[in-house]
Design a protein around this ligand. Structure first.
Ligand SMILES: Cc1ncc(COP(=O)(O)O)c(C=O)c1O
Length: 451
């Protein structure tokens, strides 16, 4: 009787739904997880089996599922005003949230433009940067620079400025062509070499800036961690150096903190670790604590001023999404920000982060774990065919999938990226849950690498 509940919903799903980033044929052998409820880090399926959400539901959840404080705020807001057009209209939740974001982000970010997804925030930052240069008499600036192995979303503009091979290949004929600078990714390097490595990659960036002087609008980066690119990490010194370089060549710096913002890397925003203010900062995911789709593009007074003119000058930024500034999402975001103020979340996360690292210590000597890396609340384990010299597994072997299946059976939702198994749990995870996550990941890695 119970068994049929999971199966019944799976069958109804497969008859009508098309899932994101999924080859649907995989579901001929890979069962969907039918979630009926969530509480804290736990998800429960239709038959009562529980799973730890070790990946914060694609990195959006910060303070657990069904968080009482956020739920109450959303429900209170829903009883007063759910949504209203934001063009020509304002409301207090949108104003309060904008004030809050200006307050907590790096100093130069003084204006907030709301949107509804990470990709739309990226599109907005690209358009604003291009349009800024046009408005200020430099319409020759039409190019964007991106880092190799970067990911900024799946809409055409965002896809264009990413370097996510598999996601992008089929759509190449439709896309803008960015200039690609080598990523400062410090894969498998000892920490003592990270700064020198980053500095050599800055030198390459300088060459691109010099060669295309006056043609570039902006460089877009994922500060400190290239998440979708397999949780590849680099040091804050790269951010500091890149800011200086952008100033020297008068190029905008777009910090895509969609995945790494709101405490993920150990500071509230990753840019803080490099001591920098970007010209644009894209935020989403954790912004609403994982409750509602919302994003924001933060920028400077200087950029805003370049658009401020008589309507007929056509300098205005004519861009909108219907749900911009949605009041429920604003309420969820404000409640999320309150949770950051209720306790010292970043200090507590430091303890959780070190527990995560301790828990995977047994993998240090594993023949098929080539790299264990961590930045704040993101910990990644890279499975390799051979450690020394390093040989990567062919992606077609889909070893990460084996870990996924094993972990699912053990009650942990892990979703490896290729050969990279990672933890990015909600900040309410406890020590026992971390140990369970790590034990299951280790079991999965043993199984996935045994032949
Ligand atoms: C760094 C980064 N930018 C942009 C996006 C796109 O966000 P969304 O999926 O909300 O469009 C993602 C999503 O994973 C991301 O990690």
């Amino acid at each position: 009787m119970n068994r049929s509940k999971n199966e019944a919903i799976r069958q109804r799903d497969l008859a009508v739904l098309w899932h994101p980033t999924t080859q649907m044929k995989d579901h001929e052998w890979l069962p969907l997880l039918p979630v009926s409820s969530g509480q804290g880090v736990w998800l429960t399926d239709m038959e009562g089996k529980r799973y730890i959400d070790a990946i914060s539901s694609w990195w959006v959840n910060l303070f657990g599922h069904a968080n009482p404080h956020i739920s109450a705020a959303v429900s209170e807001q829903a009883s007063r005003l759910e949504h209203v057009i934001l063009a020509g209209v304002t409301h207090e939740p949108a104003v309060r949230l904008a004030e809050k974001l200006v307050d907590i982000t790096p100093p130069a970010l003084e204006r907030v433009f709301f949107a509804d997804s990470g990709a739309s925030a990226v599109e907005i930052s690209l358009k604003m940067s291009f349009h800024y240069w046009r408005n200020t008499g430099e319409s020759g600036r039409t190019r964007f620079v991106t880092l190799s192995n970067s990911y900024h979303g799946d809409t055409l503009g965002a896809l264009s400025v990413g370097d996510a091979g598999l996601f992008k290949e089929a759509y190449e004929p439709l896309l803008m062509e960015p200039l690609v600078a080598p990523s400062p990714d410090c894969f498998a390097l000892p920490p003592a070499q990270w700064d020198a490595h980053a500095s050599s990659k800055l030198a390459e960036m300088r060459k691109i800036f010099a060669r295309h002087d006056g043609e570039i609008c902006a460089v877009i980066i994922e500060p400190l961690v290239q998440c979708a690119g397999g949780m590849r990490m680099y040091p804050p010194s790269y951010l500091t150096g890149l800011r200086t370089l952008c100033d020297e060549y008068r190029i905008h710096l777009i910090a895509d903190e969609i995945a790494v913002g709101f405490g993920r890397t150990g500071s509230m925003f990753a840019c803080e670790q490099g001591g920098i203010s970007p010209d644009f900062m894209c935020l989403s995911k954790g912004l609403t604590g994982g409750y509602l789709p919302m994003s924001a593009v933060m920028t400077s007074h200087k950029v805003y001023e370049a658009f401020y003119a008589e309507y007929t000058s056509l300098r205005g930024f004519l861009h909108s999404h219907s749900y911009t500034g949605n009041a429920l999402a604003c309420a969820a975001a404000l409640a999320t920000m309150e949770l950051f103020e209720a306790r010292d979340v970043l200090a507590d996360n430091r303890v959780l982060a070190s527990l995560m690292l301790d828990a995977v210590e047994p993998l240090r000597e594993h023949d098929h774990v080539g790299d264990i890396r961590q930045t704040g609340m993101i910990l990644a384990l890279e499975m390799v065919a051979q450690r020394d010299p390093m040989i990567e597994y062919d992606w077609k072997q889909r070893r990460g999938m084996r870990v996924y299946e094993y972990a699912m059976a053990q009650g942990v939702l892990l979703r490896p990226i290729g050969n990279v198994v990672y933890f990015m749990p909600p900040y309410v995870v406890n020590a026992d849950e971390i140990r369970l996550m790590a034990k299951v990941a280790m079991g999965g890695i043993n199984l996935a690498t045994k032949d």
